[in-house]
Design a protein around this ligand. Structure first.
Ligand code: C5P
Length: 242
Protein backbone atom coordinates (compact mmCIF):
# COMPACT_ATOMS: atom_id res chain seq x y z
CA UNK A 1 0.00 0.00 0.00
CA UNK A 2 1.32 3.45 -0.89
CA UNK A 3 2.40 5.56 2.07
CA UNK A 4 -0.43 7.93 2.83
CA UNK A 5 -1.45 9.85 5.85
CA UNK A 6 -3.72 7.77 8.06
CA UNK A 7 -6.59 9.94 9.26
CA UNK A 8 -8.52 7.43 11.34
CA UNK A 9 -8.44 3.72 12.09
CA UNK A 10 -11.66 1.99 13.07
CA UNK A 11 -12.42 -1.63 13.86
CA UNK A 12 -13.11 -2.72 10.29
CA UNK A 13 -11.87 0.21 8.22
CA UNK A 14 -9.05 2.71 7.84
CA UNK A 15 -9.43 6.21 6.44
CA UNK A 16 -6.49 7.69 4.56
CA UNK A 17 -5.94 11.13 3.13
CA UNK A 18 -7.43 11.21 -0.37
CA UNK A 19 -5.84 12.25 -3.67
CA UNK A 20 -7.62 15.62 -3.71
CA UNK A 21 -8.58 18.00 -0.93
CA UNK A 22 -11.95 17.11 0.54
CA UNK A 23 -11.57 13.41 -0.28
CA UNK A 24 -10.57 10.36 1.73
CA UNK A 25 -9.74 6.78 0.87
CA UNK A 26 -11.78 4.25 2.82
CA UNK A 27 -9.92 0.94 3.20
CA UNK A 28 -11.86 -2.19 4.20
CA UNK A 29 -10.04 -4.57 6.57
CA UNK A 30 -10.76 -8.25 7.19
CA UNK A 31 -10.97 -7.68 10.94
CA UNK A 32 -14.23 -8.33 12.74
CA UNK A 33 -15.14 -7.25 16.25
CA UNK A 34 -18.25 -7.70 18.32
CA UNK A 35 -19.63 -6.98 21.79
CA UNK A 36 -17.93 -3.60 22.05
CA UNK A 37 -14.54 -4.94 21.00
CA UNK A 38 -14.50 -7.93 23.39
CA UNK A 39 -14.54 -10.43 20.54
CA UNK A 40 -12.00 -10.19 17.73
CA UNK A 41 -11.50 -12.19 14.58
CA UNK A 42 -10.21 -12.06 11.04
CA UNK A 43 -12.45 -13.19 8.20
CA UNK A 44 -10.19 -13.49 5.18
CA UNK A 45 -11.72 -11.72 2.20
CA UNK A 46 -14.47 -9.92 4.17
CA UNK A 47 -13.01 -6.49 3.37
CA UNK A 48 -13.10 -7.18 -0.36
CA UNK A 49 -16.74 -8.31 -0.19
CA UNK A 50 -17.86 -5.39 1.98
CA UNK A 51 -16.14 -2.87 -0.29
CA UNK A 52 -18.05 -4.28 -3.25
CA UNK A 53 -21.40 -4.68 -1.46
CA UNK A 54 -21.20 -1.18 0.02
CA UNK A 55 -20.32 0.30 -3.39
CA UNK A 56 -23.31 -1.42 -4.96
CA UNK A 57 -25.80 -0.32 -2.30
CA UNK A 58 -24.49 3.26 -2.13
CA UNK A 59 -24.78 3.53 -5.93
CA UNK A 60 -28.37 2.32 -5.87
CA UNK A 61 -29.17 4.87 -3.14
CA UNK A 62 -27.55 7.68 -5.13
CA UNK A 63 -29.80 6.71 -8.05
CA UNK A 64 -32.90 7.35 -5.95
CA UNK A 65 -31.57 10.69 -4.74
CA UNK A 66 -30.04 9.82 -1.36
CA UNK A 67 -26.94 11.99 -0.87
CA UNK A 68 -23.93 9.91 0.22
CA UNK A 69 -20.20 10.37 0.79
CA UNK A 70 -19.43 7.67 -1.80
CA UNK A 71 -17.53 8.73 -4.93
CA UNK A 72 -16.20 5.53 -6.53
CA UNK A 73 -14.48 2.26 -5.76
CA UNK A 74 -10.74 2.44 -6.39
CA UNK A 75 -9.69 -1.19 -6.10
CA UNK A 76 -10.49 -4.43 -4.28
CA UNK A 77 -10.26 -2.93 -0.79
CA UNK A 78 -10.53 0.82 -1.23
CA UNK A 79 -13.09 3.38 -2.19
CA UNK A 80 -12.87 7.11 -2.64
CA UNK A 81 -15.26 9.07 -0.42
CA UNK A 82 -15.92 12.71 0.31
CA UNK A 83 -14.57 13.99 3.58
CA UNK A 84 -17.45 14.73 5.92
CA UNK A 85 -17.81 15.79 9.52
CA UNK A 86 -19.21 12.65 11.11
CA UNK A 87 -22.22 13.16 13.36
CA UNK A 88 -21.49 11.06 16.47
CA UNK A 89 -24.85 9.31 16.37
CA UNK A 90 -25.50 5.79 15.10
CA UNK A 91 -28.98 5.36 13.67
CA UNK A 92 -30.46 1.87 13.92
CA UNK A 93 -33.58 1.03 11.90
CA UNK A 94 -35.43 -2.17 12.75
CA UNK A 95 -38.11 -4.06 10.84
CA UNK A 96 -37.95 -7.38 12.69
CA UNK A 97 -37.03 -8.01 16.34
CA UNK A 98 -33.44 -9.21 16.80
CA UNK A 99 -30.23 -8.48 18.66
CA UNK A 100 -30.30 -5.85 21.40
CA UNK A 101 -34.03 -5.21 20.93
CA UNK A 102 -34.72 -8.82 21.93
CA UNK A 103 -32.31 -8.56 24.87
CA UNK A 104 -33.66 -5.21 26.09
CA UNK A 105 -37.41 -5.74 25.74
CA UNK A 106 -37.80 -9.52 25.79
CA UNK A 107 -39.72 -9.67 22.50
CA UNK A 108 -39.23 -12.91 20.58
CA UNK A 109 -36.54 -12.90 17.90
CA UNK A 110 -38.12 -12.80 14.47
CA UNK A 111 -41.27 -10.94 15.53
CA UNK A 112 -42.31 -8.59 12.75
CA UNK A 113 -42.51 -5.05 14.08
CA UNK A 114 -45.77 -3.20 13.32
CA UNK A 115 -43.72 -0.34 11.89
CA UNK A 116 -40.05 0.46 11.54
CA UNK A 117 -38.45 1.42 14.85
CA UNK A 118 -35.67 4.00 14.70
CA UNK A 119 -33.17 4.21 17.55
CA UNK A 120 -30.22 6.49 18.18
CA UNK A 121 -26.95 5.55 19.88
CA UNK A 122 -24.11 7.84 20.92
CA UNK A 123 -20.96 6.80 19.03
CA UNK A 124 -18.48 6.24 21.84
CA UNK A 125 -16.34 3.12 22.24
CA UNK A 126 -15.39 4.03 25.80
CA UNK A 127 -19.06 4.34 26.83
CA UNK A 128 -20.16 1.29 24.82
CA UNK A 129 -22.41 3.28 22.41
CA UNK A 130 -25.27 4.08 24.83
CA UNK A 131 -28.80 4.40 23.48
CA UNK A 132 -29.94 8.03 23.39
CA UNK A 133 -32.99 10.06 22.45
CA UNK A 134 -33.43 13.17 20.31
CA UNK A 135 -33.31 15.14 23.55
CA UNK A 136 -29.74 14.02 24.25
CA UNK A 137 -28.70 14.73 20.66
CA UNK A 138 -29.90 18.33 20.75
CA UNK A 139 -29.03 19.01 24.41
CA UNK A 140 -25.41 17.91 23.93
CA UNK A 141 -25.18 19.63 20.54
CA UNK A 142 -24.42 16.50 18.49
CA UNK A 143 -26.97 17.59 15.88
CA UNK A 144 -29.70 20.19 15.51
CA UNK A 145 -33.43 19.46 15.40
CA UNK A 146 -33.40 20.18 11.66
CA UNK A 147 -30.50 17.78 11.16
CA UNK A 148 -32.30 15.04 13.12
CA UNK A 149 -35.38 15.58 10.94
CA UNK A 150 -33.23 15.18 7.81
CA UNK A 151 -31.48 12.10 9.24
CA UNK A 152 -34.79 10.46 10.15
CA UNK A 153 -36.35 11.16 6.75
CA UNK A 154 -33.27 9.81 4.92
CA UNK A 155 -33.11 6.74 7.18
CA UNK A 156 -36.73 5.82 6.46
CA UNK A 157 -36.24 6.26 2.71
CA UNK A 158 -33.13 4.08 2.85
CA UNK A 159 -35.09 1.47 4.79
CA UNK A 160 -37.99 1.41 2.31
CA UNK A 161 -35.68 1.15 -0.65
CA UNK A 162 -33.29 -1.46 0.76
CA UNK A 163 -36.15 -3.57 2.14
CA UNK A 164 -37.57 -3.82 -1.37
CA UNK A 165 -34.20 -4.42 -2.97
CA UNK A 166 -33.47 -7.32 -0.62
CA UNK A 167 -36.98 -8.82 -0.94
CA UNK A 168 -36.21 -9.07 -4.66
CA UNK A 169 -33.25 -11.37 -3.95
CA UNK A 170 -34.88 -13.47 -1.25
CA UNK A 171 -33.44 -11.68 1.79
CA UNK A 172 -35.17 -10.03 4.75
CA UNK A 173 -33.67 -6.76 5.95
CA UNK A 174 -34.12 -7.30 9.69
CA UNK A 175 -32.26 -4.20 10.89
CA UNK A 176 -29.29 -2.02 10.07
CA UNK A 177 -27.14 0.85 11.26
CA UNK A 178 -26.49 4.09 9.42
CA UNK A 179 -24.08 6.96 10.02
CA UNK A 180 -24.39 10.46 8.65
CA UNK A 181 -22.01 13.35 8.15
CA UNK A 182 -22.01 17.01 7.25
CA UNK A 183 -20.69 17.73 3.78
CA UNK A 184 -19.46 21.30 3.38
CA UNK A 185 -19.45 22.82 -0.09
CA UNK A 186 -18.44 26.52 -0.21
CA UNK A 187 -20.92 28.08 2.24
CA UNK A 188 -23.44 25.26 1.95
CA UNK A 189 -23.80 22.27 4.24
CA UNK A 190 -25.86 19.17 3.74
CA UNK A 191 -26.38 15.91 5.55
CA UNK A 192 -25.14 12.86 3.66
CA UNK A 193 -25.06 9.14 4.32
CA UNK A 194 -21.54 8.06 5.32
CA UNK A 195 -19.64 4.98 6.50
CA UNK A 196 -20.57 1.71 4.76
CA UNK A 197 -23.53 -0.54 4.02
CA UNK A 198 -22.61 -4.19 4.35
CA UNK A 199 -23.51 -7.38 6.23
CA UNK A 200 -21.26 -6.02 9.02
CA UNK A 201 -23.89 -3.34 9.72
CA UNK A 202 -27.13 -5.06 8.81
CA UNK A 203 -29.01 -8.23 9.64
CA UNK A 204 -30.10 -10.15 6.57
CA UNK A 205 -32.07 -13.37 6.85
CA UNK A 206 -32.87 -15.75 4.03
CA UNK A 207 -36.55 -15.15 3.26
CA UNK A 208 -37.37 -18.86 3.08
CA UNK A 209 -35.21 -20.45 5.75
CA UNK A 210 -34.48 -17.47 8.08
CA UNK A 211 -30.82 -18.43 7.86
CA UNK A 212 -28.59 -15.60 9.09
CA UNK A 213 -26.48 -14.11 6.30
CA UNK A 214 -24.66 -11.38 8.21
CA UNK A 215 -22.25 -10.60 11.04
CA UNK A 216 -24.40 -12.54 13.54
CA UNK A 217 -22.68 -15.63 12.09
CA UNK A 218 -19.47 -14.25 13.62
CA UNK A 219 -21.09 -12.90 16.81
CA UNK A 220 -22.83 -16.23 17.49
CA UNK A 221 -20.04 -18.53 16.24
CA UNK A 222 -22.28 -20.02 13.57
CA UNK A 223 -19.41 -20.48 11.09
CA UNK A 224 -19.56 -19.81 7.36
CA UNK A 225 -19.22 -16.04 7.78
CA UNK A 226 -17.38 -15.41 4.52
CA UNK A 227 -19.65 -17.80 2.63
CA UNK A 228 -22.72 -15.89 3.85
CA UNK A 229 -21.26 -12.53 2.75
CA UNK A 230 -20.35 -14.13 -0.60
CA UNK A 231 -23.90 -15.36 -1.00
CA UNK A 232 -25.26 -11.85 -0.36
CA UNK A 233 -22.87 -10.51 -3.03
CA UNK A 234 -23.83 -13.31 -5.41
CA UNK A 235 -27.54 -12.57 -5.04
CA UNK A 236 -26.87 -8.88 -5.61
CA UNK A 237 -25.23 -9.94 -8.87
CA UNK A 238 -21.78 -8.72 -7.87
CA UNK A 239 -18.89 -10.94 -6.98
CA UNK A 240 -15.48 -9.35 -6.60
CA UNK A 241 -13.08 -9.84 -9.44
CA UNK A 242 -10.02 -12.02 -8.89
O1 C5P B 1 -26.97 -5.02 18.34
P1 C5P B 1 -28.21 -4.39 17.79
O2 C5P B 1 -29.38 -5.30 17.72
O3 C5P B 1 -28.56 -3.09 18.50
O4 C5P B 1 -27.84 -3.98 16.28
C1 C5P B 1 -28.80 -3.47 15.39
C2 C5P B 1 -28.20 -3.37 13.99
O5 C5P B 1 -27.20 -2.36 13.96
C3 C5P B 1 -27.50 -4.65 13.54
O6 C5P B 1 -27.74 -4.83 12.16
C4 C5P B 1 -26.03 -4.40 13.80
O7 C5P B 1 -25.21 -5.08 12.88
C5 C5P B 1 -25.94 -2.88 13.59
N1 C5P B 1 -24.93 -2.25 14.46
C6 C5P B 1 -23.75 -1.79 13.92
N2 C5P B 1 -22.83 -1.17 14.71
C7 C5P B 1 -23.04 -0.98 16.02
C8 C5P B 1 -24.23 -1.46 16.60
C9 C5P B 1 -25.17 -2.10 15.78
O8 C5P B 1 -23.54 -1.90 12.70
N3 C5P B 1 -22.13 -0.36 16.75
Amino acid sequence: MARRRRIYEGKAKVLFEGPEPGTLVQYFKDDATAFNNQKHGVITGKGVLNNRISEFLMQRLVEIGIPTHFVRRLNMREQLVREVEIIPVEVVIRNVAAGSLVKRFGVPEGQLLPRAIVEYYYKSDSLGDPMISEEHITAFGWATTQEIDDILALSLRVNDFLTGLFVGIGLRLVDFKLEFGRLYNEDEMRIVLADELSPDNMRLWDAKTNEKMDKDRFRQDLGGVKEAYQEVARRLGILPEG
